[in-house]
Structure formats: structure tokens, C-alpha cells
Design a protein around this ligand. Sequence first.
Ligand code: SAM
Length: 228
Amino acid sequence: MEKGKLYIIATPIGNLSDITLRALETLKGVDMILSEDTRETDKILRKYEIEKPQLSYRDQNHDYIFPRLVESLDNGLGLALISDSGTPLISDPGFKLVRDFIKRGFEVISIPGPCAAISALVTSGFPTDKFSFVGFLPKSGGERAKLLNNYGNLDSTLIIYESPFRVEKLLKEIKENLGERYVCLANEITKVHEKILRGNVEIILEAVKGKRLKGEYVVLVAKDGFSI
Ligand code: SAM
């Protein structure tokens, strides 16, 4: 019997229309969807009138459900992995799943689509030939500074995911650790209130100071010496 496959399916990062035809066809074709949050997946399934059983998949329940998932693939079933938004595994669950399926010789197929880091990069106006993506910075101040210094001093654009409550703090840390840099705040990409702010870190810091920022943010730091 032919073994089943795991499909990694990218879903919208805000605008529900941002889903590929291939993603929809694949969702219709698989036997079960592994969802980071089944309620988020429901929104997509309802909009595109797809009915499919779901199983909650998070890093925390990986060890518990993995044997059952192996059995499903052994029995020829097709599985899809979906995260709350964008590309699974990118600051989202799925790495352990892909690694462990590959170890067991199963096929893993990517169905590409939205990713906030890439969308922010291409609208930033910053160089795109070389970039470093670090996802969310660690919590501890020392580790954050170390990471900013390690990646912020490379000859590349730095891409960071940040909560709206910590954007001001992050800008201060960028200024402290990397000095005068051009930065970009990409807020609510693909949504009604999408907003992109670009400028010197000092000016952007002034613009957000004391404000209650809302929505999702990607913060980009241009390489030393770059400005628009
Ligand atoms: N897997 C997702 C991807 O492919 O981009 C990222 C998931 S991560 C848990 C969520 C973070 O991504 C948010 O905190 C924010 O930094 C960024 N993000 C996701 N959607 C966004 C959007 N529409 N606008 C700006 N940033 C977004």
C-alpha cells in the first residue's frame, strides 16, 4: 500500500482570500487536518465550504499523538498541517512533526503561501538579497541584546516578530545595541488597517512613544548605513 503524505499548508495572515487554489484542493483531498487551533481552521473551512476532521496539533502534544499519526500515514491517509496564520513552522508548531516524519521515511510536501516575514520584507524597501529572520526574540534582556548584536551586525536585513506591547521596548533596544539604523514597522499586513512605517529608529521611536499599539507587527532593521 502506498504510504500517506504530510502536506504543510500556508493559510492567510489576515485577509481570508489569500489562500492558493492548490491549498484548497489539498485541504479537500486530505483525510485529516492537524490544526494549531481548530477554531481558526474552522474559519477557513467554513468560508471555502470544506468539511474535514481536525486534530489539535501543538508542540506540547507531539509525543502523545505522534504514534497515531505514523499509523495514519502507514495506512495511506493524507494529513495536512495548518497553523493559526501564514506558513506553519515559521514561529509556529510543526518542526518536530516534519523532522520526525522525515526520519521515518515519509514524504513531506509544502503548499506555499503567505508568510508575514516575507510580506513585510518585500514592502519595506530594504535590501532583499540577504536577510536574517529571528522570529520572536527571547524574553531575557541579556539574551535579546546578544541576539540583536549577533544578527543585527550582519550585512543583511534583520526581520523580527514582536507583540504590539513590546514594539517600543524593542526599538529602544535596537537603538541601544545597533545605534542609528533605518527601521520598518509592518503592522496588520493584508488587513483593513495595514500600515507600514519606515524611518530612522529615533524618529520611529518618537512616533510610537507612549501609544497603545494594536494589531500584529513585524519589525525590520536595515543593515548599517542603509536609508531610503
Ligand atoms: N506562521 C506565521 C507566518 O508565516 O508569518 C507567523 C506566526 S507567529 C505566531 C505570529 C507573528 O507573526 C505575529 O506576532 C506578528 O509578529 C507576525 N504576523 C502575523 N501576521 C501578521 C500580519 N498580518 N501583520 C503583521 N505581522 C504579522
